[in-house]
Design a protein around this ligand. Sequence first.
Ligand SMILES: [Zn+2]
Length: 71
Amino acid sequence: MAEPTQAPTTQDSPETAPAAPERYGYCHWHSGHAHGIRLIEAIEQGSGPGISYHACPDCIKLHRLVPLVDR
Ligand SMILES: [Zn+2]
């Protein structure tokens, strides 16, 4: 049995690209979509997935919001 000459596919995989720090999503403060949103508040409810609020960098500065992960 000849061994395959090809190296394992551990190189140059497009999925190994570093995750972009910016996240695109809905900003609840200016009611629109924006890049680089951060999770500000997550309210868990007894039933349902709960409510989570995201804000874009501009609204974080404007309203002096504190991202949940920075608390
Ligand atoms: Zn915003």
